[in-house]
Write a protein that binds this ligand. Structure first.
Ligand SMILES: NC(=O)c1ccc[n+]([C@@H]2O[C@H](COP(=O)([O-])OP(=O)(O)OC[C@H]3O[C@@H](n4cnc5c(N)ncnc54)[C@H](O)[C@@H]3O)[C@@H](O)[C@H]2O)c1
Length: 284
């Protein structure tokens, strides 16, 4: 069943694992769902040759406006959000696939300002974060005291920068980072998106108080594991409400994105196409 009478015009920025999957689904299932792919942009355009129709290949990201998109989906790198996120919001709603970009306070402020100025929504894909609605509800009710997200995988699945890139994980399990999400994002921009989504779901704690733990585990050659632990304040008996979830997601060796997360992104795309263009940041 179509989502809207007029097809929603969707552009995709990034043509890696996630981008290729979304583009393929938009081309095959989009028309019956009321979605029209209007462009694909990739830093290296040659990667699109043979699989993306030439008419849909966008050579220059600044030319987004010419394709009149309703929604632009970023599945490339947080840098795209830093450099072009606010500009894209001038023309369309934006689905952010790399929310670690929002750990940068200037970027978050620019996106919020552009969203309100142009009346377009910033959607943040939940990605690998299980239970995001429950976290957001507990936070909104004032019941969230602590939130800790641990992401573990084989070191080949990490794309680390700065001091984290210099750490060699020779032990079976090495904790590479443990601390506020904001401190991790610049050094693991492509492996901190789950933690960033948690920080956005829990604004009472936010990027400075949600705790991120990044673990290199030599046994996890084909899997990404995300553990979420949260507590509420102590009740009258002194005991606290507590939840723990453990998500094991099969992943191709060395991949940044696990298989189940690819499915999740397609659902996020469909979900945000059903939502109104309300200014502000919305999880989907
Ligand atoms: N929210 C989440 O939980 C979650 C989960 C998985 C992936 N992601 C993020 O989604 C994005 C895409 O993931 P993927 O698995 O498709 O990655 P990928 O490595 O397969 O593809 C990334 C694509 O973006 C391009 N790219 C890389 N760096 C770039 C840059 N600086 N500027 C412009 N383009 C650049 C590459 O050429 C490639 O086409 C990444 O940022 C990743 O961290 C988020």
């Amino acid at each position: 069943m179509a989502l809207h009478r007029a097809p929603r015009r969707v552009g995709v920025v990034g043509y890696g694992r996630l981008g290729q999957s979304l583009v393929s689904q938009l081309l095959t299932q989009g028309p019956e769902l009321g979605l029209e792919l209007v462009f694909v942009w990739n830093r290296d355009p040659s990667r699109m040759a043979g699989s993306v129709p030439r008419s849909l290949q966008l050579q220059n990201l600044a030319a987004v406006v010419e394709r009149h998109p309703d929604l632009v989906v970023e599945v490339a790198h947080p840098k795209i959000i830093h450099e072009s996120g606010a500009q894209i919001l001038r023309h369309a709603n934006l689905l952010v696939g790399s929310p670690s970009a929002l750990a940068d306070q200037a970027t978050e402020r620019q996106l919020r300002e552009a969203s309100h100025c142009w009346g377009h929504a910033v959607f943040v894909a939940r990605g690998a974060l299980w239970g995001i609605e429950d976290i957001a509800r507990l936070d909104a009710a004032g019941g969230l005291q602590s939130l800790r997200v641990t992401m573990a995988t084989h070191p080949d699945g990490f794309r680390l920068e700065g001091p984290l890139a210099a750490v060699h994980s020779t032990r079976p399990r090495t904790v590479l980072y443990e601390g506020p999400v904001r401190g991790l994002c610049p050094f693991a921009p492509r492996n901190s998106n789950t933690m960033a989504a948690a920080a956005l779901a829990a604004p009472s704690l936010g990027f400075d108080h949600v705790i991120a733990v990044l673990v290199a585990d030599l046994s996890l050659t084909d899997m990404h594991v995300v553990d979420v632990e949260l507590t509420g304040p102590p009740g009258p008996t002194g005991r606290s409400f507590a939840v723990r979830t453990h998500r094991e997601n099969p992943a191709e060796p060395g991949a940044v994105t696990g298989s189940a997360t690819i499915t999740t992104f397609w659902r996020s795309l469909l979900g945000c196409c059903r939502l109104p263009s309300t200014p502000g940041i919305h999880l989907c």
